[in-house]
Design a protein around this ligand. Structure first.
Ligand SMILES: Cc1cc2nc3c(=O)[nH]c(=O)nc-3n(C[C@H](O)[C@H](O)[C@H](O)COP(=O)(O)O)c2cc1C
Length: 251
């Protein structure tokens, strides 16, 4: 009714505060509850839009966890889900240690007719193709690799066409960083915007022609006007970025 194209059930989020209310990845060790949700959502949606599920490879490394995972994924297959996106870490692992891509290979071999999308440790456009080749997944999900490098999708598309992935020009960097600022300030308070944009400025600095100086400059920002001063200095040799620089603390 609200016009969404897809409904995704999240049984992967490791955030602790979800534990008490049995949500996200914490459902992975409550397979009965997980199955109930899968069935009820499937019945309620009645095939009107595709359903997907996001899973981690288990709650932890205990044997029961693996059993629970397979029970849950088989429920989604039985309920006609469109695909499962699987992150090859356990909930307990959070982000420690590598994502186990071998587990993704096991899944694609075990369920050749069900769409499996892979997640975990995709930090470069090349790693998208490495995961496809090594695991046989149908698609790859990019997450932290896009933080500070939103061009990763374009770079992967270029690789797919057999072309070399092009780094972003200074003009593109300035333009995206500026849009990022505007979106951030639309949804967050000034204080939060300052904190987030300092962090993203630091992340974006790896693309700058002088990455070390750019990083230091963003690290030193203590206010929004500091941030804009740094932005102007680093990115405003170019017309797009120079456009209309807000004069005060906000755009
Ligand atoms: C800041 C942040 C927010 C995330 N939010 C979601 C989310 O809303 N839904 C989801 O399925 N996964 C979410 N994830 C998990 C990622 O989709 C992905 O499975 C995980 O980061 C592993 O991939 P990576 O190692 O390539 O980052 C989030 C991850 C991060 C870092």
């Amino acid at each position: 009714e609200l016009g969404y194209d897809v409904i995704d059930l999240n049984m992967a989020c490791p955030v602790k505060r979800l534990r008490g209310c049995a949500r996200g990845g914490h459902l992975l060790h409550q397979p009965e509850k997980a199955s109930e949700i899968i069935q009820e959502v499937s019945q309620a949606v009645g095939g009107r839009v595709p359903l997907t599920i996001k899973l981690r490879r288990g709650f932890d490394d205990e044997q029961d966890s693996e059993k629970n995972f397979f029970r849950i994924i088989e429920d989604t297959i039985d309920q006609g889900f469109f695909a499962a996106v699987v992150h090859g870490r356990t909930v307990r692992q959070k982000y420690e240690g590598p994502s186990r891509w071998n587990f993704l290979s096991q899944l694609t071999q075990r369920y050749p007719d069900f769409r499996i999308m892979g997640s975990g440790d995709i930090f470069t456009p090349e790693s998208v193709f490495e995961m496809l080749a090594r695991t046989g997944v149908d698609a790859v999900s990019v997450a932290r690799g896009a933080i500070g490098n939103p061009w990763i999708f374009r770079q992967a598309s270029l690789l797919l066409e057999g072309k070399a992935p092009r780094p972003p020009s200074l003009e593109e960097q300035g333009s995206v960083l500026r849009d990022h600022f505007e979106l951030c300030s639309r949804f967050h308070t000034e204080r939060k915007t300052q904190k987030l944009m300092r962090k993203f400025g630091i992340k974006f600095s790896i693309h700058h022609p002088e990455p070390g100086n750019a990083e230091k400059a963003f690290i030193s920002c203590r206010s929004l006007s500091d941030w804009w001063d740094v932005f102007k200095r680093l990115y405003c040799d170019t017309e797009v970025a120079a456009g209309e620089i807000p004069s005060g603390d906000s755009p």
